[in-house]
Write a new protein. Sequence first.
Length: 142
Amino acid sequence: MLPIHVTDTVRVPATALTVRASRAAGPGGQRVNKVATRVELRVDVGAIEGLSGAARARLRALAGRRLDAEGRLRVTSQATRDQARNVEDARGKVRALVAAALVEPRRRHPTRPSARSVEARLSAKKRRGALKRGRVGPGDRE
């Protein structure tokens, strides 16, 4: 099996990949109980080369339930009826997940509303309250 190249510096070595095939779910035909086309690709997250600690933590967070107890990422594919294409699809999913983990989230800079917008909001609330207070209730009529 070949390594997965995510960027020039980040790659998943072939030794970190484990592929297992099984029978795909769903409706079949005459060949459904014979051919193992569903692919399960396991990746050792600790063995990914060129991944910083922060990116590795983001990858673990993005993986969520797909991470097993040993820290391996489990990706499955049963999109096609061809095992080789399902392996490539699973490799593409791993590549996309690692690439998403490389993107550093933008820091949020807290902002404040302007004094004018605060004043406008409060005056609108006062106007609305005065309007409601000016209404005549059902027991107030003469």
